[in-house]
Write a protein that binds this ligand. Structure first.
Ligand code: PMP
Length: 287
């Protein structure tokens, strides 16, 4: 089945879908995005994702292109037209199309809205989660506003590529003080010997992941102690468990960091339990 993309009010075959070479997303990464999980024909946590999308737009002074209700209609249509039951829905909004100039277009132009939906293989993802993944660490060389979900992801791409070339699946950014900030497309967590779940506070250095937000509730329900504080690479290597979270990977155990095994080098109990419990606490919106 051929893929369908939404571009500025039209559904088009993916191969014919395009934006202008004057689009500011293309020229300046002047755009934001969101990714929601689609699971068993339902959109997961769309309210929180759209809240964050609105916040990202506001921080960059990009106009909300349509109402939330309208965005949801387009999201559902995009999922339906691509017949995705398990996968993800991608939303990107740029400041719009205008001849290249660093200054914002004046008068204002309509934002560019693009949506795509893609299926994924759940069995494969579960098999990966059962094995866990390796991560490497890299210096965090991103700008300070990583709280904004902008498409300016070049450091993230370089980090993820470095991970792949080192035989790992994710790269953890490390700040100038030696603390882990987050992964190139995920939030980072550890479980300490004292059985505390530790993840960096969302106030600095990270994107406030929606999966992270929901997982804090899940941990609470499971009676796990959570401490929001920064942790070092050495602390992570000495942890009993480590894992990453994102809408696409969910809770994914980390079994090695820079080649050092975490715990016994296999997923522990906590991360898989959180993965299993996650969707009981998530919002489900039927498509
Ligand atoms: N940090 C970064 C840098 C990311 O790109 C993502 C994925 N969008 C996350 C964290 C996880 O966020 P979420 O749980 O909302 O997918």
């Amino acid at each position: 089945m051929s893929r369908i993309a939404y571009v500025n009010g039209r559904f088009l075959p993916h191969v014919n879908a395009a934006v202008s070479i004057d689009d500011r997303g293309f020229l300046f990464a002047d755009a934001v995005y969101e990714v929601c999980e689609v699971r068993d024909g339902e959109v997961i946590d769309s309210t929180l994702h759209l809240d964050r999308l609105e916040r990202s737009l506001r921080e960059l002074r990009i106009r909300m292109p349509m109402s939330r209700a309208a965005l949801l209609v387009v999201m559902r249509q995009t999922i339906k037209r691509n017949r995705v039951r398990n996968g993800g829905i991608y939303i990107q909004i740029s400041r719009g199309q205008s001849p290249r100039d660093h200054l914002f277009p004046n008068p204002e132009v309509p934002p560019t809205v693009v949506m795509t939906a893609k299926p994924h293989d759940r069995a494969k993802a579960e098999a990966q989660a059962a094995k866990g993944i390796a991560v490497i660490t890299v210096p965090d060389n991103r700008w300070e506003r990583v709280d904004i979900k902008s498409v300016g992801l070049l450091p993230n791409c370089l980090a993820k590529q470095a991970a792949k070339e080192a035989g790992a699946k994710e790269a953890w950014f490390v700040d100038a003080q030696g603390f882990v900030t987050e992964g190139s497309s995920t939030n980072a967590w550890i479980v300490t010997a004292a059985r505390e779940l530790v993840t960096r506070p969302a106030e600095t250095g990270i994107l406030r992941g929606i999966t992270r937000t929901v997982l804090l509730k899940v941990a609470d329900k499971l009676g796990l102690r959570v401490v929001e504080r920064a942790f070092t690479v050495d602390e992570a290597k000495a942890a009993t468990e480590a894992f990453i979270t994102a809408a696409t990977t969910l809770v994914m155990p980390v079994v090695s960091i820079d080649g050092s095994p975490v715990g016994d080098g296999h997923p522990g109990e906590t991360a898989p339990a959180l993965r299993r419990a996650f969707h009981d606490s998530a919002e489900h919106l039927p498509v």
